[in-house]
Structures are given as C-alpha cells and as structure tokens.
Design a protein around this ligand. Structure first.
Ligand SMILES: Cc1cc2nc3c(=O)[nH]c(=O)nc-3n(C[C@H](O)[C@H](O)[C@H](O)COP(=O)(O)OP(=O)(O)OC[C@H]3O[C@@H](n4cnc5c(N)ncnc54)[C@H](O)[C@@H]3O)c2cc1C
Ligand code: SF4
Length: 555
C-alpha cells in the first residue's frame, strides 16, 4: 500500500509466542512438532498461506522415511496415517525420441536406491503432520501469508506480520478491509520452501549467501492420473533423462505408481536453460507422448495439475542458516539431493534440528539472538552426509551437458561411495537467470498441438489446480520497471515469461503500436519461477491475500 494510506491505518494487533514458524510444509511442521515434544509449554504458531495445510504442497513424491522415523518413531504402526505404497521396482531410463534405454541397477550408486522408500502425496503427509502438531498444542493458521519481517531496535528479527486483507487493486482499503496481524516470537523460523519471499529478503539483508555458491533451481511440473487398473504397477518408480530436452538442457521425468490406480507423472526442467524459446510446460506435454509413457496414461483420467520450483544447488549453495532472532529450515535454504530428487526428508531433519537448538536457547533464557549451534550442526549430521557425496552432480551436468555430465556425475558418486574425492567441490557459477541467452542467438522451438488425450493446453491444466485468488487485490507479481520489461524481456529475450510460466500468467499482447504486458495474476500457482528466471530480476513474487493460490489435492 502507498505510504500515505498506511499512515491512516489502525495499528496492527500483536500476539506473542515463543516461536513463530512461517510455512506449514514438512520443514515448518517438523519444527513445531519437535518443539512441543521437547517441552509442551513452549508456545508455537505456524502460518500457512494456503487455504488449508497441504493446499500449496506439490512434490513427487518418493519419500525417504529417515526424517519421519527420526521425528515420530513408531509412526508406521499408527492406524490413521497417510496413503503410502512401498517402492518395489526402481527403473532409470535414458530416452531418445523413439527409444528408452534402461540403465542397469548394478550401475547405480547405492545412494540412488529407492529400496525402503514410500510413494505418497506430500500434501497428504503434511495434512497428517498438521493434525499431529495441533494435537500437541501448536496453533496453525492456514489462509494467512506472512508478508513482512519485523525487526527490533537492534536489528534482530522479532516476528512477522500477515498481509492486510480487502485491499483494492489501487492500494486503497475496500469495505472488507482487515488489518494484518503481528506475530512476535523469541525466535522466528522461515520454512517457506524453495525461493521463499521473506527468506530471500533475509538472505540478502544478513548476507547469508556470502561465501556460498548461488542457489540453483528447477521447475517441476506434475500431473496426477488415475490409470486403467491393468496398467497400474503399484510400487513402480521410473525416472528418465534425455528426450525431449536437448543435451544442453538439464532435467528429467518421474513416474510413480501408487495408491488406488494412481500415477504421479512429472517433469523437471533445470532453470539454467539457455534458449528463451523453451517452454517447460510444452516439454512436459511432449514427454508424455513418449512410447515408454503414453500407453500408461492412455485411457486414464487426469485428476490434477500443478507446478513448483525445486532447489538444486545442494551442499555448496546452502546459505548461512542462522541470523539474529531466527533461522531458515528446509527448502527455504535448499536441502534437496538432486540426483535422488528428494528434499522432504532433509526438510523434516533440518526442522527437527532447528527445534532442538531453539529449545536449548529458550531453556537458557535466550531470545532474538543467533542460533549458531544449529548452523554448526547440519553439515556434520545426516543432512550433510546425504548432500556431500552428490555435491558435484549438478555442476558436472550443467558444464558438460546431459550425456557426458550425467556419466561424470555417476562416476563422482561411485568415487564418493568408495571414499575417493574426484573433483573436490565444484562451483555452480552463475545464477539461473544469467544463463538465458538473447533470442537472436537461439532457435525457435515448434511444439506440437495438444491431443487432448495425454497432452493438454495451459488453461485447462491450470483449471485442475483449483487456483483461486481474490480478483480485486493488487497484482502480486510486481514488475519493478515496466520499460525494462519491454526493452529487455520482450525485445531481447522474446518475452520468455510467456513460456516459462506454467500457468499462462504472462502475455505480451501485440496489438497497436506498443506491445502490452498483461499479467493474469489470478492464474498463478505460486511456483516462483518468474522470481527466479526473469533475466533482469525485474519480477518480484510477493504473497497475495492469504488463502489465494492453488488448492491442490493429492499432490
Ligand atoms: C516436482 C517436484 C518433485 C519432487 N519430488 C520429491 C520426491 O519425490 N521426494 C522428496 O523427498 N522430495 C521431492 N521434492 C522436494 C520436496 O517437495 C521439498 O524438498 C519439500 O517440499 C521441502 O519442504 P519445505 O517444508 O521446506 O517447503 P514446502 O514443501 O515448499 O512448504 C512450504 C510451505 O510454506 C508455505 N509458505 C511459503 N511462504 C509462506 C509465507 N510467506 N507465509 C505463509 N506460508 C508460506 C507454502 O504455502 C508451503 O505450504 C520434489 C519437489 C518438486 C517441486
Ligand atoms: S506467475 Fe510466476 S509464480 Fe505464478 S505461476 Fe507463473 S511463473 Fe509461477
């Protein structure tokens, strides 16, 4: 809102807690649960921007149960958990346009094995964790986005504020205007997931990225299908790389058979792709036409669609985690193991670890200081042990392309397994937005039309994400400089936002003398790709009114 109108607004009400948690994903919920397990008297509040816990969670997901086993020992024997299917068959494929070449299981480093893992909906896991947290006395407020960090006089973080509700597009209060709330805590924990809005600002403010490699990202697109029973192979996990992406573009697919004839099919494109004509959404649609995929989906029903950024920087990109008054946990810091395509176990483990260090600090009567012991602990614990051996896979892939890079990455993982360090720790180099080349140096890509059987268009896809935003609110995709958007994003990079956005939010309308940038903010599925990939970092994603966004079910 404009500053003059802010001056006339009533004061925000404030509520005090021991610990404030932003985000009810696996990381945030693990923080809350562990704190209450350690001391039931610690007051904990969790804010979640989705309309309910799980509404904004999108993942594969094959889950390594190591996190849940550590947080909630005995969870497997409980009667009402979430639907899960144990992995029974684990395949890796290299795709050419017409063929699928299977990689032999004995060639795979042990760390990639999915033996003992479960196929689940991570959203459902979070719903279950949310109920566990509430039963322990945690206050969870879904439908409330934290959109401002509160600082004390000494510069330490002292809490967050939720956004005002009922603000008109022009920033003036509507008749339904409600002032946001301040939630103040002795410690505030940021568990916003990949490219968290407040986490990004804190990383900048406290220079948490200093001395680390830039964070890297992929865009993951996913559909949930119910397939014909005779095509369902419960427990089958299939990953691929190669076609339809060219050798210079990193990424791959997943196909997980689980539950009641369900298949989760997804595609990840590394966001350091160069060609601005590339469309991750269209690559995903094309991938489903492959002879190793299409027959499974044909005759089935597509139930859901969504997209979300995934962190890919790994070990060398994790920023400093602790700062005065708070810390980052889970994918807000980026704990995904890229070759395993898994991060939820490390989200739970870092949440649990942070909680243990917060509890110690509270017991010692501390508040608003730096949790430096948490910072020191992660690299030497199970999370460090999971990420360290795979740290060179992504840099090798980026540098040498898919065929050679993946082979070298495999060799690096084998070497680590045998106790050898082949490459030291390789850098990632530039951030993803800087990898994009001007359109004049790239080839246009002609994508096939959707067939309406296994491939679809963007708008009918977004419909299946049940995305909804209050339509009169200010646009939550902030373009800092519109003239730069025209002179660079449009003129130099051929309007790449029209292609990278998986929800059709951005359009350049080529009518009249000047093209017009149209932002269909109501379609946004909160994947955060625009905030990551805009070549000038000219688009800033800020949380819309709480409760807005996708309403995923089973994702
Ligand atoms: C396509 C894809 C496939 C994946 N496959 C797997 C897999 O098979 N196995 C695996 O283990 N991992 C997988 N991952 C990674 C895994 O999903 C993440 O590592 C994990 O979800 C991270 O948990 P988190 O709690 O840190 O963040 P998230 O799960 O992203 O949760 C963050 C939560 O915080 C909320 N939030 C964010 N900002 C705010 C705010 N300002 N105010 C209020 N609420 C906010 C969000 O709405 C969300 O609910 C995959 C990821 C993707 C994208
Ligand atoms: S507008 Fe940005 S965050 Fe929203 S769906 Fe498009 S790329 Fe993702």
């Amino acid at each position: 809102m404009a500053d003059e109108s802010m001056a006339e607004l009533p004061e925000r009400e404030a509520m005090d807690y021991d610990v404030v948690v932003v985000g009810a994903g696996p990381a945030g919920l693990a923080v809350a649960i562990r704190l209450k397990q350690l001391d039931a008297d610690i007051s904990v509040v969790v804010l979640e921007k989705g309309s309910e816990v799980g509404a904004h969670i999108l993942s594969g997901a094959v889950v390594d149960p190591v996190g849940l086993d550590a947080l909630l020992p005995g969870w497997r024997d409980e009667p009402d958990t979430f639907q899960r299917t144990e992995v029974t068959d684990d395949r890796f494929l290299y795709l050419t346009e017409a063929k699928a070449l299977g990689l032999p299981a004995f060639g795979m480093p042990k760390i990639l094995s999915n033996h003992g893992n479960f196929i689940v909906s991570l959203g459902d896991v979070c719903r279950w964790l949310g109920a566990k947290a509430e039963a322990l006395g945690v206050e969870i407020y879904p439908g409330f986005a934290a959109n401002e960090v509160l600082f004390g006089e000494d510069g330490a973080v002292v809490g967050v504020a939720t956004g005002d509700m009922g603000v008109n597009r022009d920033g003036t209060p509507s008749p339904n205007f409600t002032r946001g709330m301040e939630l103040r805590g002795k410690y505030t924990i940021f568990a916003e997931g990949a490219r968290g809005q407040l986490s990004k600002a804190l990383i900048q403010k406290f220079a948490l990225h200093e001395g680390r490699e830039p964070q890297k990202y992929g865009l993951g697109l996913k559909e949930l299908w119910r397939v014909a029973p005779e095509k369902h192979k419960p427990g089958l996990v299939q990953h691929s790389f190669g076609w339809p992406l060219d050798d210079r573009t990193g990424g791959g697919s997943f196909l997980y058979h689980y539950g009641d004839n369900l298949v989760a099919v997804g595609f990840v494109v590394h966001l350091n792709y160069e060609n601005p004509y590339l469309s991750p959404f269209e690559e995903f649609q094309r991938f489903k036409q492959h002879p190793s995929v299409r027959p499974t989906l044909e005759g089935g029903q597509r139930l859901s669609y969504g997209a979300r950024a995934i962190t890919e920087g790994g070990f060398q990109s994790v920023p400093k985690l602790a700062f005065p008054g708070g810390a980052l946990v889970g994918c807000a810091a980026g704990f995904v193991n890229v070759p395993r395509i898994k991060g939820s176990h490390n989200a739970v483990l870092t949440g649990k670890l942070a909680a243990e260090h917060i509890c110690e600090a509270l017991k010692a009567g501390r508040a608003h200081d730096e949790l430096s012991s948490y910072e020191a602990a992660w690299r030497d614990g199970p999370v460090g042990a999971d990420l360290r051996p795979v740290r060179n896979v992504k840099p090798l892939w980026s540098k040498y392309g898919t065929r050679l890079g993946v082979m070298l990455g495999g060799a690096a993982m084998w070497a680590e397994q045998l106790g050898l360090k082949l490459f030291g720790t390789l850098p990632h180099g530039k951030p993803d937005y800087a990898a994009t080349k001007p359109a004049s140096e790239c080839q246009r890509i002609a994508y096939p039309k959707p067939d309406g059987v296994v491939s679809f268009d963007r708008l009918s896809s977004v419909f299946l994400s049940n995305t909804n935003h209050e339509e009169h609110q200010p646009v939550h995709l902030r373009v800092k400089d519109m003239s730069l958007q025209k002179s660079s994003e449009h003129d130099v990079y051929a309007g790449l936002s029209q292609r990278y956005c998986p929800a059709g939010v951005y359009e350049w309308l080529e009518e009249g003398a000047e093209p017009k940038y149209q932002i269909n903010a109501q379609n946004c599925v909160h994947c955060k790709t625009c905030d990551i990939k805009d070549p000038n970092q000219n688009i800033v994603w800020v949380a819309p009114e709480g409760g807005g966004g996708p309403n995923y079910s089973g994702m």
